[in-house]
Design a protein around this ligand. Structure first.
Ligand code: HEM
Length: 252
């Protein structure tokens, strides 16, 4: 059954993670700087460390959010770049003078690549909502009364606001070159104290992957028809086979 198969897969992932945690505990003190090392050395105020189960939960959250959201963002970015020839042309013009084996920070700072990345996460934010907030007592924010209780911020609706993003259904990287948006106008990674801890890593990873692949390979969409976003639980997801691409050659 689908439920049984999911449980078995979950068990396999747990087994791998618990084995890694066991090996790392056995290693003892280490000068590694990866996230598991940091979690292993973390202490609660009473001096206790995280249990194996808590470590497993932290790792699975990181693997799930990191992999899923980043992969969806890259898929959409490749789609838009190849669906809109002008976007591809402008990106290639920006990448062309950089040459082979560029410094990653040079790629990271490219203005048009940054704008394409930002617009990709604006138009179809991989997370539609922020995580849940608990409102401790009734509060009024800019004329909006919020009762005590639970609330989500809807990132998708914010990113569709006409006053902030004219023609919000259009993919227009230029809007990010023309003006700066505040942390509460543009929030694909949420906002406030619980903002995504992986935001900087995701931005770095996505830009580097896009620039590297575009620099080396010529790609085309296998199907030129528009792809519509598909709602998958709390993310605007895609069918895994919705964006198919063909490599037509190498770029020199
Ligand atoms: C494009 C990629 C990503 C997107 C769009 C994304 C989006 C989000 C959003 C909207 C939240 C909720 C923030 C809030 O409620 O204010 C969140 C939380 C979180 N994200 Fe990401 N994320 C991405 C990549 C990553 C990566 C790469 C990591 C880890 C390396 C990560 C780890 C987390 C964690 C641990 C939380 C919970 C933070 C907390 O509760 O304090 N995410 N993410």
């Amino acid at each position: 059954s689908p439920g049984g198969s999911m449980k078995r897969q979950q068990q396999q992932i747990d087994d791998l993670l618990y084995a890694e945690i066991r090996d790392r505990r056995a290693e003892g003190e280490s000068d590694r700087t990866d996230i598991l090392t940091l979690l292993l050395s973390a202490r609660y105020e009473n001096g206790e460390s995280l249990s194996d189960e808590e470590l497993r939960d932290q790792l699975i959250t990181l693997l799930g959010t990191a992999y899923h959201n980043t992969a969806i963002s890259m898929t959409w970015a490749f789609y838009w770049i190849h669906y809109l020839p002008k976007v591809k042309q402008k990106l290639l013009e920006e990448l062309e003078p950089i040459g082979e084996n560029p410094d990653p920070m040079t790629l990271f700072k490219l203005p048009y690549l940054t704008a394409v990345y930002q617009e990709t996460l604006r138009i179809y934010p991989p997370a539609i909502f922020t995580l849940m907030r608990h409102i401790q007592e009734p509060v009024e924010i800019e004329g909006n009364k919020l009762e005590a209780g639970k609330a989500f911020g809807c990132i998708y609706l914010l990113h569709q606001r006409e006053d902030l993003y004219p023609e919000p259904k259009q993919f227009k990287p230029e809007r990010f070159l023309e003006r700066q948006f505040s942390l509460y106008e543009y929030m694909p990674f949420g906002a406030g104290i619980r903002r995504c801890i992986g935001a900087a890593l995701a931005e770095f990873e996505i830009k580097l992957v896009l620039a590297t692949i575009l620099n080396y390979y010529q790609l085309e969409l296998a199907d030129s028809r528009p792809v519509k976003p598909k709602l998958q639980s709390l993310s605007i997801g895609l069918n895994t086979d919705a964006v198919k691409m063909i490599m037509t050659g190498e770029r020199n």
